[in-house]
Design a protein around this ligand. Structure first.
Ligand code: ATP
Ligand code: MG
Length: 262
C-alpha cells in the first residue's frame, strides 16, 4: 500500500468520503449480502479506470463473463470494446476444471494489459471450490534453504492444506503482490460474531467497505459504509447507495440522517 497516493473509484459521491480515493496498491474488501451492489460497484471501478488510462483485470468465479458484459452494458459501459483494445481483461475461472493455478492466471492477465486495477469476485466461491485449485506459495525453494539447492530454481512450494481460511489468506497476500489496487469481494455473515463468511478477509485487507440492504418501512434501501481504511480519515456514516441508469451513486450522509428523522 502506498501511503498518500489515491485511486479514484469513478463512483460519484464516494471518493470524497475517503480523502479523494482508495489508497493506491491497497486491498479493499467489499462485503455484503447478495444483491447489495458489490459486483456493480466493482465493474464501475474497472470501467472508469480503463476510460481514464488505468487498465484493469476482473477475475470472476461467481458469474459468467458474458453476464458481466451484459450487466455492464445496462449501465452504458461497453466493456467488450475496452477488452478488444486491451484496456481490461475479464478472467472467467471455470470451476468444473481441476488443478487451476489461479495465481498464474491472475499474474498473466495483469501483465497482459499492464493492469493498475484488479477485482476478485469472490473469496467465498474460491473457498467453496478450494479442491479445484493449485496454490503455489510464490518463492523458490533454492532461495530459502541451501538443503534444496539442487532443485530446479522454478520449483515452487504448493500449499496442499485444505484450510479455507489459510487459502483465503494466501490468495489475498498474492493479490497484494501484483502492485494493483484491488477490490476483493466476499459475502457478509447475516448472523453471528464474524463480519464475513470467510472470517479472515476483514483482517487481511487494508480497507473494508460494507454494503447493506436495509428495510425502511416497506422499501429496501441499499447503503454503504467504510468500516476500515488504513491511512485515511474516512466518513463514519452510513450512506445511501443508489443504482441508477449510469451505475452506482453514493449520497452524502445528511440525506440518511434527514430520512431517519422524518
Ligand atoms: N440496470 C439496473 N438498474 C437498477 N438496479 C439494478 C440493475 N441491474 C441490477 N440491479 C440491482 O442490482 C442487484 C445486483 O447487484 P450486484 O450484482 O452488484 O450484487 P452483489 O452484491 O454483487 O450480489 P451477489 O453477492 O449475489 O453477487 C440486483 O439484484 C438488482 O437489484
Ligand atoms: Mg456479485
Amino acid at each position: 500500500m502506498d501511503v498518500g497516493a489515491r485511486v479514484k473509484t469513478g463512483v460519484p459521491g464516494f471518493d470524497e468520503l475517503v480523502e479523494g480515493g482508495l489508497p493506491q496498491r491497497s486491498n479493499v474488501l467489499l462485503t455484503g449480502i447478495p444483491g447489495t451492489g458489490k459486483t456493480i460497484f466493482a465493474l464501475q471501478y474497472l470501467y472508469s479506470g480503463a476510460k481514464n488510462g488505468e487498465c484493469g483485470v476482473y477475475v470472476t468465479l461467481d458469474q459468467k463473463r458474458q453476464d458481466l458484459l451484459d450487466q455492464a452494458r445496462k449501465f452504458g459501459w461497453d466493456l467488450e470494446s475496452l477488452e478488444e483494445n486491451k484496456k481490461i481483461k475479464i478472467v472467467e475461472v471455470a470451476l468444473d476444471l481441476a488443478g487451476i493455478n489461479i495465481f498464474e492466471m491472475i499474474d498473466t492477465a495483469v501483465k497482459e494489459v499492464g493492469a493498475k486495477r484488479l477485482v476478485f469476485d469472490s473469496l467465498v466461491t474460491f473457498a467453496v471450490n478450494l479442491d479445484q485449485f493449485i496454490i503455489p506459495l510464490g518463492f523458490n525453494l533454492s532461495d530459502i534453504d541451501s538443503a534444496y539447492k539442487n532443485r530446479p530454481t522454478d520449483h515452487k512450494i504448493l500449499y496442499t492444506g485444505r484450510s479455507d481460511q489459510r487459502a483465503t489468506y494466501l490468495l489475498i497476500n498474492e493479490l497484494s503482490k501484483q502492485g494493483t489496487t484491488n477490490l476483493i469481494i466476499t459475502a457478509a455473515k447475516q448472523a453471528g460474531d464474524q463480519l464475513t463468511v470467510d472470517g479472515v478477509s476483514e483482517f487481511a485487507c487494508d480497507c473494508v467497505l460494507t454494503f447493506y440492504n436495509e428495510l425502511l418501512g416497506s422499501k429496501r434501501m441499499r447503503t454503504i459504509s467504510i468500516l476500515k481504511m488504513r491511512d485515511t480519515d474516512h466518513s463514519q456514516y452510513i450512506h445511501d447507495l443508489e443504482l441508477g441508469k449510469s451505475g452506482c451513486l453514493v449520497r452524502p450522509a445528511e440525506k440518511v440522517y434527514q430520512k431517519s428523522t422524518t
